[in-house]
Design a protein around this ligand. Structure first.
Ligand code: NDP
Ligand code: MG
Ligand code: MG
Length: 343
């Protein structure tokens, strides 16, 4: 079982400046929570967009990534994963103070070696297990989103990835940071860069984003192809998923099964294993192999270098799926839904 920490010595960050690079989902939450915890924060955010204006509105004086890196004793890169390495090489690396700590909230770039710290710079990961708006709203409400913590000595190799050394100064700074954003109120789980990165990628690919989207589409298509109305298929295969997931969230699989009818529970046991078969699990294992070997990361970075043609074409095609068309119409009938539209 994982080791979980609920408190930290906040002194570890005393007198230090934390540079938050990027004022997006995570950045805006970390910067404000840390400031309200008494930590000195410098925001690095490029001008010209909504996030720059938001940082100003929140009372920060945003500077360039280079300026922020210069000022930071702790430098957290909170940019999209696919742009981190370029910004790091151009703006952060040349300006890092010696003895600074380089931070992230997802280990992708560090684990796959796309960001390599200079000598004497230790690595730290503090990753809230929730989106930035929740990290902020929970903090304001007096709570906190649980976090993961990982550390690595600057000169260690990914292959030597080890659980964070609790006695190290970088670990203490990481715990003070987690406390500053509210994470210790929820609990902080010790992990490694490898474990955080690989489990995160696997979860989003096999289950949360890839797995669920394909499952929903396949169910919708099966009903529509059999002659049922698309509106009915939408309700049964997409809309009602929220009710089920809310039950999972509150009490796991057992509570969902307790709450639905016995007929639904019997059908779950009888048919679920016909949908997710041993072959599905074997494919999941192959997906995990691609993540562990670095093949997935390499493909994603190459895709970006080429201007993301496959990514953009797939996004367009997926947005045109009939389930998206019928969904748009139906959501307009449900005034309580905070309706969002993309594409
Ligand atoms: P966002 O996409 O919300 O924020 C992006 C930020 O990066 C914005 O400030 C944006 O500025 C800036 N940015 C984007 N492109 C560039 C560029 N080319 N050059 C300079 N700045 C740029 O990111 P997230 O907060 O979602 O993610 C940050 C990190 O946190 C990632 O490592 C992610 O994996 C991790 N994470 C995210 C979670 C989440 O739920 N979102 C949860 C846990 C971890 P502009 O407005 O000008 O484009
Ligand atoms: Mg992820
Ligand atoms: Mg039903």
């Amino acid at each position: 079982m994982a080791k979980i920490y609920y408190d930290a010595d906040a002194k570890a960050l005393e007198g230090k400046t934390v540079a938050i690079i990027g004022y997006g989902s995570q950045g805006h939450a970390h910067a404000q929570n840390l400031r309200e915890s008494g930590v000195k924060v410098v925001v690095g955010q490029r001008p010209g967009g909504e996030n720059y204006d938001l940082a100003k509105k929140h009372g920060f004086e945003p500077v360039s990534a280079a300026e922020a890196a210069k000022a930071g004793d702790v430098v957290n890169i909170l940019l999209p994963d696919e742009v981190q390495a370029d910004v790091y090489k151009a703006d952060i690396l040349p300006n890092l103070k010696s003895g600074a700590i380089l931070m992230c909230s997802h280990g992708f770039n560090i684990h796959f070696g796309l960001i390599q710290p200079p000598k004497g710079v230790d690595l730290l990961l503090v990753a809230p297990k929730g989106p930035g708006h929740l990290v902020r709203s929970e903090f304001v409400a007096g709570g906190g989103v649980p976090c993961l913590i990982a550390t690595r000595k600057g000169d260690a190799k990914a292959a030597d990835d080890d659980m964070a050394d609790e006695s190290s100064s970088v670990f203490k700074i990481g715990m003070a940071y987690a406390k500053g954003i509210g994470g210790t109120r929820g609990g902080v789980i010790r992990t490694t860069f490898a474990e955080e990165t690989e489990t995160d990628l696997f979860g989003e690919q096999a289950v949360l984003c890839g797995g669920v989207s394909e499952l929903v589409k396949a169910g919708f298509e099966t009903l529509v192809e059999a002659g049922y109305q698309p509106e009915m298929a939408y309700f049964e295969c997409l809309h009602e998923l929220k009710l089920i997931v809310d039950l999972f969230y509150q009490g796991g699989l057992s509570y969902m099964r307790y709450s639905v009818s016995n007929t639904a529970e019997y059908g779950d046991y009888k048919s679920g294993p016909r949908v997710v078969t041993p072959e599905t699990k074997a494919e999941m294992k192959r997906i995990l192999d691609d993540i562990q070997s670095g093949r997935f990361a390499r493909d994603w970075m190459l895709e970006n270098k080429a201007g993301a043609p496959m990514f953009k074409a797939t996004r367009r095609r997926e947005q045109a799926h009939p389930i998206e068309q019928v969904g748009k119409e139906l959501r307009r009938m449900m005034s309580w839904i905070d309706e969002k539209e993309v594409g």
